[in-house]
Design a protein around this ligand. Structure first.
Ligand code: F6P
Length: 467
C-alpha cells in the first residue's frame, strides 16, 4: 500500500470551485465553494497536518483532474461529466434526498436512473479516498451526496476508521421509508464507525430507522450495533469560526461599509436582512410575504423600514429552484411596486454570491436578521450574524425548524408556517427594548463562541478515534 494522508475529508465539493475568469471567458479562477459545510470545515481543519480533501470542482468545462495544494491541504479533484452531474447532483442528491430530508417541503422524485448515477459517483469518490488514505487513516465523509462511500470503503479498505457527518436534517422513518433504496442507504451509513448529525432529534430518527428496518440493534442512547460492530450515532452541532468572524466584523472597512450602506438606503430606522442560498427550504418567500403584509397594514412604513435579501444563485438546473426564483422575484416586484418610492425600493434583492466581507458589512448594518427556513440542518448565517455584532445590538428572528434553534434559544423563535406569528415576531424584533435585545444577544454570542467550528471538528474526530 502506498503512503497517503492521515486524515481524508470527502465532500461533494472541494473547498474551492472553478468559476469563469472575468478577463478570459475560456478560462477559470478559483472561488470559495457555497454552503455551510465549506464555511465550517475549512477553518476547523487548519490545525491538522497531513489532510487530503476529495471533492468535485464544480467544473465549468475546464476540468481539473490533478491534485493540488491549497491552505495546507492536498485537494484531490473528482471529475464528473455533464450527464453524471445531472444524475448524481441535480437528480438523486437535489431532486430526491434534499427534499425528502427537508420534511418533503417539495415532493422528492424517485428515478432508478438517478439512483444508478448516484451509486456510480459514490463509487468514484470511494476509489479516490481509498487511493488517498494512508494505512489506518481516518476518513471523514460529509453529507447526503456521499452516503454510500463508507459501505464501499469497508469492502476495499477495512483498515480505515470511517465517520460520516450529515449537514442537513435526517427525517423521521415515516418519511424516509418512502425511499425505494432505504435499505441500501441505511446499511451503508451503518458501515461508518461514527454517524454524526446536527441535532439529537436527527440522531434519534436515524437510530429508530436502523432498528425498525432490522439492520441494527440499540446499544444505549447514542450507540447501535450492526454486524458485530458498535456504531456511535449522535449529535455534533456544527459551529462557525467565531473568533475570526467577530474580529473581521470589527475592522474599519466593515464598520464604514455598514454605515455607508445605511446611508445609501436613506438611513431608515430599521434595516432587515436575509442571507440565503436561493433555496425553497429557506422560507425567503414567507418572509417577503410577511414584510409585504406589514407594509400594506401600515404597521411598517417604507419611510422607516427596508429589507435586504441576498439570495445566492443555487442549483439552477433543478426545476423547483427555477420556480422558486420566479416566485421570489415576482414577490419582490409586487412589494416594491406597491410600497417603494422613486429611488427608494423597499426591498433590495441581490441574486448574487457576495464576498464574505460584504456579508459582514450587511450583518453589521442590519437591525433585524430574518432566518426563517421551513427546515434547515443548522443554518450558519444565524450564527454569523450573532458573531458579527460587537456592540451586542441587533435581533435574530429564527425559525424553530432550523437546527440552530436547538442552541440559539435566546433568538425570537418563530414558526414560518404561521404567517401571522411571523409578522408578530418581526414586529416584536423591530420594537424590542434595547436592554432586552442586548441581554439576548449577549447570551447568543456566548453560545456561538462556546461551540465553534474547531470544537465541532475536534469532538467528531475524537469520537472517531475512540471507536
Ligand atoms: O450543507 C448543505 C449543502 O448541500 C452542502 O453539502 C453543500 O456544499 C452546500 O449546501 C451548498 O450546496 P451546493 O453544493 O448544492 O451548491
Amino acid at each position: 500500500m502506498k503512503p497517503g494522508a492521515q486524515l481524508v475529508v470527502v465532500a461533494n465539493r472541494l473547498p474551492v470551485k472553478q468559476i469563469p475568469d472575468p478577463d478570459n471567458a475560456a478560462d477559470f479562477v478559483w472561488g470559495v465553494s457555497p454552503g455551510g459545510l465549506v464555511a465550517a470545515l475549512t477553518p476547523s481543519l487548519a490545525s491538522y497536518d497531513d489532510v487530503a480533501w476529495v471533492g468535485w470542482t464544480g467544473h465549468i468545462g475546464v476540468e481539473m483532474t490533478e491534485r493540488f495544494r491549497h491552505d495546507n491541504m492536498e485537494l484531490i479533484p473528482v471529475a464528473l461529466t455533464e450527464d453524471e452531474k445531472e444524475l448524481h447532483y441535480d437528480g438523486m442528491s437535489n431532486g430526491t434526498f434534499w427534499p425528502l430530508y427537508h420534511d418533503k417541503v417539495r415532493a422528492p422524485e424517485f428515478h432508478r436512473t438517478w439512483w444508478d448515477g448516484y451509486k456510480l459517483i459514490n463509487r468514484r469518490f470511494a476509489e479516490a479516498v481509498a487511493d488517498a488514505a494512508a494505512p489506518n487513516a481516518r476518513v471523514w465523509i460529509h453529507d447526503y451526496q456521499l452516503q454510500l462511500v463508507a459501505g464501499l470503503l469497508r469492502e476495499t479498505r477495512p483498515d480505515l476508521r470511517v465517520g460520516f457527518f450529515l449537514h442537513i436534517p435526517f427525517p423521521p422513518p415515516e418519511l424516509f421509508n418512502q425511499l425505494p433504496w432505504r435499505t441500501e442507504i441505511t446499511s451503508a451509513l451503518l458501515d461508518n464507525d461514527v454517524v454524526g448529525f446536527q441535532t439529537p432529534d436527527d440522531a434519534e430518527n436515524f437510530s429508530r430507522l436502523a432498528v425498525g428496518l432490522g439492520l441494527a440493534s440499540s446499544e444505549g442512547k447514542w450507540a447501535l450495533s450492526a454486524d458485530g460492530r458498535s456504531i456511535e450515532v449522535r449529535a455534533f452541532p456544527i459551529g462557525i469560526d467565531e473568533e475570526t468572524v467577530a474580529y473581521k466584523a470589527k475592522q474599519h472597512g466593515v464598520t464604514t461599509g455598514a454605515s455607508d450602506l445605511r446611508a445609501q438606503l436613506g438611513n431608515p430606522r430599521v434595516v432587515m436582512l436575509g442571507v440565503d442560498r436561493l433555496d425553497y427550504t429557506k422560507g425567503i418567500d414567507v418572509r417577503l410575504r410577511a414584510f409585504g403584509e406589514l407594509l400594506a397594514e401600515g404597521k411598517l412604513s417604507s419611510h422607516d423600514a427596508t429589507m435586504i435579501q441576498v439570495a445566492e444563485p443555487s442549483r439552477d438546473k433543478v426545476n423547483a429552484y427555477v420556480d422558486l426564483r420566479e416566485r421570489v422575484e415576482r414577490l419582490v416586484g409586487a412589494i416594491n411596486g406597491a410600497h417603494g418610492r422613486l429611488g427608494f425600493p423597499v426591498v433590495h434583492y441581490l441574486h448574487q454570491s457576495r464576498p464574505f466581507e460584504d456579508l459582514l458589512a450587511l450583518y453589521r448594518a442590519a437591525d433585524v436578521m430574518l432566518v426563517t427556513p421551513f427546515r434547515d440542518g443548522m443554518n450558519l448565517v444565524a450564527k454569523e450574524y450573532v458573531a458579527s455584532r460587537p456592540d451586542e445590538s441587533g435581533v435574530l428572528v429564527l425559525s424553530e425548524f432550523a437546527g440552530a434553534a436547538t442552541e440559539l434559544t435566546d433568538a425570537v423563535i418563530v414558526n414560518p408556517y404561521d404567517l401571522n406569528g411571523l409578522k408578530a415576531a418581526i414586529m416584536s424584533a423591530v420594537n424590542m427594548d434595547p436592554a432586552e435585545g442586548r441581554h439576548r444577544m449577549r447570551a447568543l454570542q456566548a453560545t456561538v463562541r462556546h461551540n465553534d467550528a474547531v470544537t465541532w471538528a475536534r469532538s467528531f474526530l475524537a469520537a472517531l478515534d475512540a471507536t
